[in-house]
Design a protein around this ligand. Sequence first.
Ligand code: GTQ
Ligand code: FE2
Length: 348
Amino acid sequence: MTAAQTKPDGARRAYYDRIAGLSLAPLWETLHALVPPSPQSPCVPAHWRYDQVRPYLMESADLITAKEAVRRVLILQNPGLGGQAAITHTLFAGLQLIMPGEVAPSHRHTQSALRFIIEGDGAYTAVDGEKTIMHPGDFVITPSWTWHDHGHDGTGPMVWLDGLDIPLVRMLDAGFAENFPEERQPLARPEGDAPARYGAGLLPVDYAPTSRTSPMFNYPYARTREALEKMRGAEEWDSCHGLKMTYANPATGGYAMPTIGAFIQLLPKGFSTAPYRSTDGTVYAVVEGKGRSTIADKVFEWAPRDVFVAPSWAWQKHEAAGDAVLFSFSDRPVQNALGLWREQRGNH
Ligand code: GTQ
Ligand code: FE2
């Protein structure tokens, strides 16, 4: 046994080479990395400035139609993830462009999607037989395995941020998808049915959720912003978050989506958050205001419509130059369901 301690590296390597042929590997060479003392994410903090990205996004409309592309999306690839279609280990993000008159054809998949509207007006998404018109700042949900198509009957380009659990579902090997036989799905209910039925503080008597996803599939920014504005009067600022709210499923009180948590936060002019970190790598979209975020050792100066990402367990600080509103999403519901989620609050 003591003899093993004196074996030269070369002997070990030769042994590793021999067992590799049997699909075996020594745990003792990688244990520290496989079971790290704290998360060691290869994701890096990253920032996409809308003024830099927008010209390229618009150029894509000259190269391909929404119909041919199926979804005309520029993927936001985390530079630390080696060209994977992922912004964090578990989440996909992209900027989707639809032009007036275009239709992105109907399909469904087990991956859940959120849309956060960045620019333009008048496009709609149809989900499971119901349409909703989208406006900037709206948070729109496409639940797992629901038919969805997008169209644009208005004027001007329309852009939204897509957030999907594509990498998570791929890791679980639980992905299914199919196309609807026609470009657009038939509509079964009038526009506005879901907000009336589920979004007025009422629920149909005997209502029992049939899905893990909120039956409200559009959380309009006008109402969200009004709520934040009303609450700010209370001056109950959290040192790490300012005023931060979770988008909730009105039928359960839980997260609006089973795999993705979505949040909206107001940072008043001049507010500077205390350091904070959590195990859910988080994608931020700037809705209003300018400011600066420090994520690990990176500093991002942001403006409306920018997107940036904070990796798992990276310290973050946010400073608002003027009143600022940030939308964000992460895999927090998954981590919470599995008892894995952790956070740490620092001091100013
Ligand atoms: O809009 O249906 O960015 O299925 C990626 C996959 C958007 C969509 C994406 C999708 C969609
Ligand atoms: Fe889709």
